[in-house]
Design a protein around this ligand. Structure first.
Ligand SMILES: NC(=O)c1ccc[n+]([C@@H]2O[C@H](COP(=O)([O-])OP(=O)(O)OC[C@H]3O[C@@H](n4cnc5c(N)ncnc54)[C@H](OP(=O)(O)O)[C@@H]3O)[C@@H](O)[C@H]2O)c1
Length: 274
């Protein structure tokens, strides 16, 4: 694990995203002794210990103490509260770890405002397919981070899918509109394809399986072939055939325009909430 070997990673908040990232690190070969998790809910802690074999604590300060990287994986409204509480503990050196926030809409400057001057901060936007290690994360860093920190951040998000470092923080809103919210758009497309298959006579289970696998396979083909999606579309579209008949309906139904509008609306909303 580039930048993360022998490093200790602490998670503040033990919810869905922390679980996904911690399990990704374990699958990528990080030793369970190098992952710490703090979470107020005892039942949740027990479950994480049982499922992942990692050490947990009810105290955020305890996991931050020896961490090389701290992942802020609490709800956005809790980030400031948790950082304030840590800043009030004089024995903690908050300038030591790399801080990685995955909280939606929480800016780098608001995180920096709770930390010592010069703290290294990364802000990231992962998405829910991280839970099956097929996420798409966009991240951006402040000017203080090192090449080693960059490698560590890439390794963290690379353990649960692909990651892209954005050149400026403003692009996080667009990444939220496309990839953060994107799984929901695709779930609707899969559901609609399944409904259409049922309408055409397929049993529901087969229709959903065919729809989901088709979306998965098409995405995988775009990524692995490196070909433009338009080229791949042309390759399955024969003159006067079935696919062009279907595509004509997608065009007249306004699918492309609807996706433009969806990403645009979600990007604007992300800006407003931030
Ligand atoms: N899920 C996504 O798709 C997604 C995508 C991108 C970004 N994110 C971001 O990821 C962050 C976490 O999301 P999530 O879905 O994993 O949320 P979640 O499941 O609600 O997890 C947050 C966890 O933090 C715990 N917590 C609350 N207060 C705390 C405190 N003071 N110190 C330590 N832990 C505390 C909560 O415990 P209780 O339940 O007991 O309160 C909960 O277990 C959010 O900021 C979200 O914006 C999520």
């Amino acid at each position: 694990m580039d930048g993360l070997s022998e490093k200790t990673v602490a998670f503040i908040g033990g919810g869905a995203m922390a679980r996904a990232l911690a399990s990704g690190l374990l699958s990528a070969g990080v030793a369970k002794e190098n992952i710490l998790l703090s979470e107020p809910n005892e039942a949740c802690r027990k479950q994480l210990e049982q499922d992942l074999g990692v050490e947990t604590s009810a105290r955020n300060a305890q996991v931050v103490q020896n961490a090389d990287m701290v992942v802020l994986a609490v709800k956005p409204a809790i980030v400031g509260v948790a950082l304030k509480e840590l800043a009030n503990q004089p024995d903690l050196d908050l300038s030591r770890p790399l801080w990685v926030s995955i909280a939606a809409g929480v800016s780098i400057s608001s995180i920096e405002s709770h930390l010592p001057k010069g703290a290294r901060v990364v802000r990231a936007m992962p998405n829910t397919p991280a839970q099956v290690h097929a996420g798409a994360t966009t991240w951006v860093a402040n000017s203080k981070i090192s090449q080693g920190d960059r490698a560590a951040t890439s390794s963290l998000f690379g353990a649960v899918g692909t990651s892209w470092e954005a050149p400026q923080e403003g692009l996080i809103d667009a990444a939220t509109g496309l990839a953060g919210s994107g799984p929901a758009y695709v779930f609707v497309i899969i559901e609609a394809l399944s409904d259409a298959g049922v309408r055409a006579g397929l049993p529901r289970e087969a229709a959903t399986q065919l729809a989901a696998q088709t979306v998965y396979g098409a995405g995988k083909l775009v990524i692995e072939s490196g070909k433009h999606p338009g080229v791949l579309k042309d390759q399955v579209t024969s003159p006067g055939g079935t696919t062009i008949a279907g595509l004509e309906k997608l065009e007249s139904g306004g699918l492309r325009a609807a996706l433009h509008d969806a990403v645009d609306a979600a990007t604007r909303r992300s800006k407003e909430l931030g």
